[in-house]
Design a protein. Structure first.
Length: 156
């Protein structure tokens, strides 16, 4: 798990790629870290992971510190503001998806006490190690996986 000292360093880091490297592959029970990883995944579509990860400091600056409860309250004014914000990835669908994900995480938190507990339940609270070929999972099969279906049902 990510220790509190390191986690706090992540939150003030200005190098998004370095932050992402510290997060990625490190088991965590912090819903905000999960939200940030999910958001990088959303913004990464069609771009390199480095481009998306480099935006973590901008996302924090422009999206209320990436605090789930605050992002969930964003409205159309916020979407428009984010589209105009310097250094943001100006993709309306990705911005809206991030806001929707914050709202979906709130619902999961209400039902399961935390988003992290919900996610860890999929793997019986044990980190999973996958080989470099992702154990035969392809882009075409991923949306049909039971975990993906359950996540989609929550609104993610």
């Amino acid at each position: 798990m990510v220790d509190e000292t390191t986690k706090n360093d992540f939150k003030i880091a200005t190098d998004g790629v370095q932050t992402y490297h510290c997060y990625f592959g490190t088991p965590t029970d912090d819903d905000q870290i999960w939200f940030e990883l999910l958001t990088v995944g959303v913004f990464q579509v069609g771009l390199s992971w480095k481009v998306a990860a480099s935006k973590i400091p901008i996302l924090r600056q422009q999206m209320a510190g990436m605090v789930i409860d605050r992002v969930a309250q964003f409205d159309e004014f916020d979407v428009e503001r984010l589209q105009e914000a310097p250094d943001m990835i100006h993709n309306t669908r990705k911005i809206r998806a991030t806001i929707q994900n914050a709202r979906a995480i709130q619902k999961v938190q209400d039902e399961f006490s935390s988003f992290s507990a919900y996610l860890w339940a999929f793997v019986d609270n044990q980190p999973q190690l996958l080989d470099s070929q992702m154990a035969g999972v392809s882009d075409k099969s991923a949306p049909k996986c039971p975990t993906c279906q359950r996540l989609k049902e929550t609104g993610l």
